[in-house]
Design a protein around this ligand. Structure first.
Ligand code: DX5
Ligand code: ZN
Length: 213
């Protein structure tokens, strides 16, 4: 199981140090939540913050775009040192083209699915992605409750991936705790994103990451 702590719950005045601390604590990837105030109401960070954080750690940067017109920012995130760039199927009419552009830019493409969207929406493009991000909360905020029915969706996504024989990571994002994380693993998830669980853990980040793994 790969563990990708989300910086959304970090101290935004010291993102670089937070990234370095996560690497020290054994994180596999660091998850960046990029929000534009349109696709979701909050506004967070952009490529410049990613670029500055890149100096603090070597681990892969997993960037989750919750923005409209994601195709306009691919090169900027590539130049900033992004590893995986994930876009919401709900944020563009041209998901196939966007995933191809991300691949062409030299990044690993990911496609994200909101809790209210059917799995069938991403099925035609799973071959074009390295990562399927299954949202288990509505995007925009950390610390929300894992939505009922998400486990069935993860199980269906894993079955689809196996049936199509794809080399695809299934990343679960939102409401992940030791308990829901274990259930996600049992249902076929390969990557766990966790924000509030990692940053709010009473024994610290390393204990939280170890527990998820
Ligand atoms: C929600 C973000 C998540 C979020 C997860 O829009 O995509 O990555 O930070 O936070 P927790 O783990 O607290 O649900
Ligand atoms: Zn996220």
């Amino acid at each position: 199981m790969l563990v990708a702590p989300s910086l959304l719950s970090a101290d935004f005045s010291r993102l670089g140090e937070e990234v370095a601390a996560l690497e020290q604590a054994g994180a596999d990837w660091v998850h960046f939540d990029v929000m534009d105030g349109h696709f979701v109401p909050p506004i967070t960070i952009g490529p410049r913050a990613v670029e500055h954080c890149r100096r603090y750690a070597k681990l892969p940067f997993d960037v989750h775009l919750m923005i409209e017109k994601p195709e306009r920012t691919i090169e900027a995130f590539r130049d900033a040192g992004t590893t995986t760039l994930s876009v919401h199927v709900e944020a563009t009419r041209h998901i196939h083209r966007v995933l191809e552009s991300i691949r062409k830019a030299g990044l690993r493409p990911g496609v994200c699915l909101n809790p209210g969207s059917p799995l069938a929406l991403v099925e035609p493009v799973l071959r074009n992605a390295d990562l399927l991000v299954m949202m288990c909360v509505n995007p925009g905020w950390g610390g929300q409750k894992f939505i009922d029915g998400s486990l069935e969706r993860i199980k269906a996504a894993r079955a689809l991936r196996d049936r199509l024989n794809l080399n695809l990571d299934i990343e679960v994002d939102g409401g992940v705790t030791a308990e829901t994380g274990r259930q996600c693993a049992q249902n076929g998830a390969t990557v766990l994103v966790a924000g509030s669980f990692v940053f709010g853990h009473p024994q610290g980040r390393k204990a939280a990451i170890d527990q998820l793994r």
